[in-house]
Design a protein around this ligand. Structure first.
Ligand code: FE
Length: 281
C-alpha cells in the first residue's frame, strides 16, 4: 500500500564556524546522526561577503566517509594528497571517497557575487571504511536535468524515471536531487520505503506531506517512512535538496573530519596523522 511521507522533525541550519574561519550553516551533524543515518553532516555555505569564507578549509585529513560538494554559485579551489588539483564552479559536483585516508584543502575564491554551496557527508559501511581513497570531479554539464512531476530536477545521484544521476558509485548509493518547483504546483516522487529521507529548502518555501506549516529557507524537513514524497507550493517557488539513503545501523565514533566504528580505530587514525603514516595509498 502506498504511503506518503510526513514530516518527523524540522531542523534549522545553525550558524557554525568551520575550517580556518568559514561562517556557514550546519543543517545537521553530530547531534542528529542517529536520525539521519547513513548521512552524517550537511553544511550550507553561502555569503556575499568574502570575509565570511576566504579563510577556507586548509589542509586537513578525512577517513571513513565520502564527501559530496555541490556548488550553486562561486568557486572553490581544491587540492589533495592523491595529487588532484582543480576548481569546483557553479553547478559542479566534487565527490571524494576518503576511505583509508585523504588529506586535502578546500579554498573558496573571492567572488563578486555570492558563494553558495553544500557539503554532504555520507558514511561508509564498516567493511569499506579503509577502502582506497578516490576522487571525482563533475562539471555542471555532467549533471542530468529532467522535468519530472512539474518540477525541474537535477540528479546528482540516484535514478529518476530511468535517468541515472551523475555520481553512480558512491558506496551507499544515496539519492541526491536538486529540485526547483514553480509557485502553485505540486510534486510527487517515489522513494525507497525504508530509506532515511529529508528535504532541505534553500530558496523559497513550501509544504511536505499533509503538513500545513510551510518549510522555509534554511530548514530541513526530516521525513518518516513511506514510499513517496509529496511537496507543494503556494505563492512562492521552492528549491530544495532531496536526500535519501539506506541506514547503516552501525556504531559511529566521530571526531572532527574522521568517522569510524570504534574508539580504537579513531585513536589509531589520529595517531597516524600525527606521526605521518595516515596516508595508505
Ligand atoms: Fe574536507
Amino acid at each position: 500500500m502506498s504511503k506518503t511521507r510526513e514530516i518527523k522533525a524540522v531542523w534549522t541550519g545553525e550558524a557554525t564556524i568551520e575550517g580556518a574561519g568559514v561562517r556557514l550553516k550546519r543543517v545537521f551533524g553530530y547531534p542528529q546522526v542517529a536520525e539521519i543515518d547513513p548521512f552524517l553532516l550537511l553544511d550550507h555555505f553561502g555569503s556575499s561577503d568574502p570575509a565570511d569564507y576566504i579563510a577556507g578549509f586548509p589542509w586537513h585529513p578525512h577517513r571513513g566517509i565520502e564527501t559530496v560538494t555541490y556548488m550553486i554559485d562561486g568557486v572553490v579551489n581544491h587540492g589533495d594528497s592523491l595529487g588532484n588539483k582543480g576548481s569546483i564552479g557553479a553547478g559542479d559536483v566534487q565527490w571524494m571517497t576518503a576511505g583509508s585516508g585523504i588529506i586535502h584543502e578546500e579554498m573558496p575564491q573571492p567572488s563578486e557575487n555570492s558563494l553558495k554551496g553544500f557539503q554532504l557527508w555520507v558514511n561508509l559501511p564498516a567493511e569499506n571504511k579503509m577502502t582506497p581513497p578516490r576522487y571525482r570531479g563533475l562539471s555542471a554539464n555532467d549533471i542530468p536535468e529532467i522535468d519530472f512531476s512539474g518540477a525541474r530536477v537535477k540528479i546528482v545521484s540516484g535514478t529518476l524515471e530511468g535517468t541515472e544521476g551523475a555520481l553512480t558509485d558512491i558506496v551507499m548509493g544515496p539519492t541526491y536531487l536538486d529540485i526547483s518547483m514553480h509557485p502553485h504546483s505540486s510534486f510527487v516522487i517515489p522513494v525507497e520505503e525504508k530509506h532515511t529521507a529529508g528535504a532541505y529548502v534553500f530558496e523559497g518555501r513550501g509544504y511536505f506531506g499533509e503538513q500545513t506549516n510551510a518549510i522555509s529557507e534554511e530548514q530541513f524537513a526530516l521525513l518518516n517512512e513511506g514510499d513517496s514524497i509529496r511537496a507543494q507550493t503556494t505563492e512562492n517557488p521552492m528549491r530544495f535538496l532531496l536526500i535519501a539513503g539506506q541506514p547503516l545501523n552501525e556504531p559511529i565514533v566521530w571526531r572532527g573530519p574522521i568517522v569510524m566504528n570504534t574508539r580504537e580505530q579513531l585513536d589509531q587514525a589520529f595517531f597516524e596523522y600525527q606521526n605521518g603514516t595516515f596516508i595508505k595509498d
